[in-house]
Ligand binder design. Structure first.
Ligand code: C2E
Ligand code: CA
Ligand code: CA
Ligand code: CA
Length: 278
């Protein structure tokens, strides 16, 4: 048994070495990617459940790796967070998304929000509101057309969250709580947060038709949000039945593959009409 234990240790340690080697390689290429502008933003429409109009677009980052092709954020965001590179990346995302939305408006597309995901590191920076303000001025985008998505877990530090959200909201930007339902926000705090919208996590939407527990949760979140004067958007909507259920529950907006996957800006612009005629 000892012998086996030893072998396992050896295997484990080799594996660890490969992993950290992989990680170093990845970190190097992540730094290079920032310098070489290898990132692009894809956009996914957010649809008004009653009218079918596009109310917003969530910007989602993609890495166009020269050898590996399109790399998912799930693969590089954790490392970007660990190395602090996320700050630079988030800044780029914010500026690019605002510029894109402004340019869409100038081209005559109906005005809509652009939603940007904030990392927890960015959310904890004291100068966040200053940064956002600067980017809005620089790009000329009206604040109400920018939405910042923070996850429910990021709101756990209530002492920090309340003033930060107040500052950001004070700029006139919209704020939504992403992945809602997966954390433990208490109703009491939710009332104190300056926010506009709850975004129901896709894990609840996925089994909405088969799992009564999930459909109950979704119904409850929507009713509670409306009582607090908040709007609700459901993400991960893939099927007509899910859409029907959400319509019945008076959810305000929906986002998901049923309407469109996240797509490049040019495609979003080109197919704007069709995207809202689904
Ligand atoms: P998220 O903010 O919760 O984004 C939703 C994810 O669900 C996106 O994955 C989106 O492509 C995917 N999705 C959309 N509709 C559907 C659907 O109908 N079904 C299913 N199964 N999935 C759907 P993506 O683009 O791979 O992004 C993953 C995560 O990476 C995001 O989760 C977000 O936490 C993070 N992320 C993406 N872009 C950025 C960014 O620019 N900055 C930061 N800080 N994080 C980002
Ligand atoms: Ca999001
Ligand atoms: Ca989400
Ligand atoms: Ca998520």
């Amino acid at each position: 048994a000892k012998q086996r234990g030893k072998n396992q240790y050896v295997i484990y340690s080799d594996d660890m070495q490969t992993k950290s080697h992989e990680k170093i390689k990845m970190e190097t290429s992540l730094r290079r990617a920032i310098d070489n502008n290898e990132f692009v933003l894809y956009y996914q429409p957010q649809i008004d459940i009653k009218s079918g109009d596009i109310k917003g677009a969530e910007a989602l980052i993609r890495w166009m790796h020269p050898e590996r092709g399109l790399v998912s954020p799930y693969e590089f965001i954790p490392l970007a967070e660990e190395t602090g590179l996320i700050i630079q990346m988030d800044q780029w995302v914010l500026r690019t998304a605002c510029m894109q939305n402004k340019s869409w408006q100038e081209k005559g597309l109906p005005p809509m929000r652009v939603a940007v995901n904030l990392s927890s590191q960015q959310f904890s920076k004291e100068y966040l509101a200053e940064t956002v303000k600067g980017i809005l001025e620089e790009t000329g985008l009206e604040p109400k057309f920018l939405e910042l998505e923070i996850t429910e877990t990021m709101t756990m530090d209530v002492e920090h969250t309340i003033p930060t959200l107040r500052q950001l909201h004070g700029l006139g930007v919209q704020i939504s709580i992403d992945d809602f339902g997966t954390g433990y926000s208490s109703l009491n705090y939710l009332k104190k947060f300056s926010i506009d919208r709850l975004k129901i996590d896709q894990s609840f939407v996925r089994d909405i038709m088969t799992n009564s527990h999930d459909s109950d949760i979704v119904g409850t979140i929507i009713a509670m949000a409306h009582n607090l004067g908040l709007e609700v958007i459901a993400e991960g909507v893939e099927e007509k039945d899910q859409l029907r259920f959400l319509q019945y529950q008076k959810c305000n907006e929906v986002q998901g593959y049923y309407f469109s996957e996240p797509i490049p800006a040019e495609k979003f612009e080109l197919h704007f009409q069709e995207l809202q005629e689904k």
